[in-house]
Design a protein around this ligand. Structure first.
Ligand code: HEM
Length: 409
């Protein structure tokens, strides 16, 4: 059946199939053909319009799936340590409990605190590029994802959290496995790698937390440990671990893919790559357009606690709404020729960091890293080129390349 004639249910099944995950975008258009908010099947709806996604994310009666919601929808979920840990984090907690938990973390991620990291990020970028030059010197393709896109964000978040540098390499696989828990999977068996990875990371954090208790520090772990010690009613030990797991995994897996998506756009458009080399100030718009066209987090979900009118669409109480951020970013009512990558567009406001009370805490950090790194990579290697066919990892929600070979020329 031609993609554009698919029912919403068929399009949804196709976009999460192994083939669909490589390029889900045509399936979003198939859903859009049925409306900006559509019923996929009873109890499940999808929002693909820009304004509808914004409204859903800001609507206080649409809530994230917290422990109480898991109890209703997924008997036995407590047997999965990944879900147990995530429901202790702010991402799976609703107001009012969400508010103080988030406040404690946002203090470490304010725009001025992130801006103060600029020189550190520049230095880390240059060191990694020096290493990259050595790897590419013989002319063979080097995987940009493994050798740069993963290493920069993990170095930055580890520096902020206060995690030893020597431990960073094993975080990559661990974080990729942990992110499976966020995929909204249908078969509980798929959670096994996520459970194993979360257990490993939780065990890893335990001695670091004990160490900060003995020797307080002003890194993020130190700050959260202090807040927990001062008032454990406000922030208990489970929440401490849950939020650290979230910060470490969400803190670099996503940014890694932003760097990969941004570089791939430049390699496919040499004129744009040259402009970024000559005008690094273009980087801000370039990064926003990358986020719009290729969001590292394709979607999120919300649950209607009551019957809700969403810009004229009725969402019955109890419905799970898939808010497809990647589709909202390509709404033709919001952006002309939305499928085109054009960093000169005016008023680029991607939905890629979501919105409302759960809007991404790390957005200023991710933007800073990408705005610094992308022009520097291109300037350091004026003849950088694709060295093979990039592939995407077999995930739908957390979209990114697992192989992006480049030659440094
Ligand atoms: C390009 C990079 C990133 C993308 C695309 C991204 C995307 C997102 C999205 C879509 C959400 C909201 C999920 C929802 O509403 O259900 C979110 C939340 C969150 N992100 Fe990010 N993120 C990125 C980088 C980061 C970084 C660098 C950090 C931390 C250092 C971070 C930490 C968080 C946290 C803690 C939340 C939960 C906020 C809450 O529930 O109140 N993210 N992110």
């Amino acid at each position: 059946m031609p993609v554009l004639e698919m029912t919403p249910d068929a399009a949804l099944a196709a976009m999460v199939s192994p083939g669909g995950r490589q390029n889900p975008y045509p399936f979003y258009e198939a859903i859009r053909g049925h409306g900006n908010v559509v019923e996929v099947r009873p109890g499940l709806m999808a929002a693909v319009g820009y304004d509808e996604c914004v409204k859903a994310l800001r609507e206080p009666r649409m809530r994230v799936q917290d422990a109480a919601a898991f109890d209703r929808t997924f008997p036995g979920w407590r047997d999965h340590s990944s879900l147990r840990h995530f429901t202790n984090s702010m991402l799976y907690t609703n107001p009012p409990a969400h508010i103080p938990m988030r406040r404690m973390v946002t203090e470490a991620f304010t725009v001025p605190r992130i801006a103060a990291l600029r020189s550190t990020v520049e230095r880390m970028t240059d060191e990694l590029l020096e290493r990259f030059a050595g790897l590419g010197a013989a002319g063979a393709p080097v995987d940009f994802m493994t050798e740069f896109a993963f290493r920069l964000p993990v170095a930055v978040i580890s520096h902020m959290l206060g995690v030893p540098e020597s431990d960073q390499v094993w975080f990559r696989e661990i974080a990729a496995d942990i992110m499976i828990a966020l995929e909204g999977i249908s078969d509980a068996k798929e959670l096994e790698p996520a459970n194993a990875a979360t257990d490993q990371l939780a065990e890893y954090f335990a001695p670091l937390i004990a160490e900060r208790r003995r020797t307080p520090g002003d890194d993020v772990i130190g700050t959260l440990v202090r807040v927990h010690e001062e008032d454990s009613d406000r922030f208990n030990a489970h929440e401490l671990i849950g939020n650290l797991l979230l910060l470490l995994s969400a803190g670099f897996d996503t940014t890694t893919h932003l760097l990969g998506h941004g570089l791939l756009q430049a390699l496919r458009r040499p004129v744009l790559a040259d402009r970024l080399r000559l005008e690094p100030e273009l980087a801000a718009g370039y990064v926003e357009e990358t986020l719009r066209v290729e969001p590292p987090v394709q979607a999120t979900t919300r649950w209607a606690t009551q019957d809700i009118d969403l810009l004229g669409h009725r969402i019955p109480a109890g419905t799970k709404l898939l808010v497809i951020l990647a589709a909202g970013n390509r709404d033709p009512r919001r952006y002309e020729r939305p499928e085109l990558f054009d960093p000169d567009r005016r008023d680029i406001r991607p939905l890629s960091f979501a919105g409302g009370v759960h809007i991404c805490v790390g957005a200023p950090l991710a933007r800073l890293e990408a705005q610094i790194a992308l022009p520097r990579v291109l300037t350091r290697f004026p003849r950088l080129a694709l060295g093979g066919t990039p592939t995407y990892r077999p995930r739908w929600l957390a979209r990114g390349n697992d192989w992006l070979p480049v030659t440094t020329g």
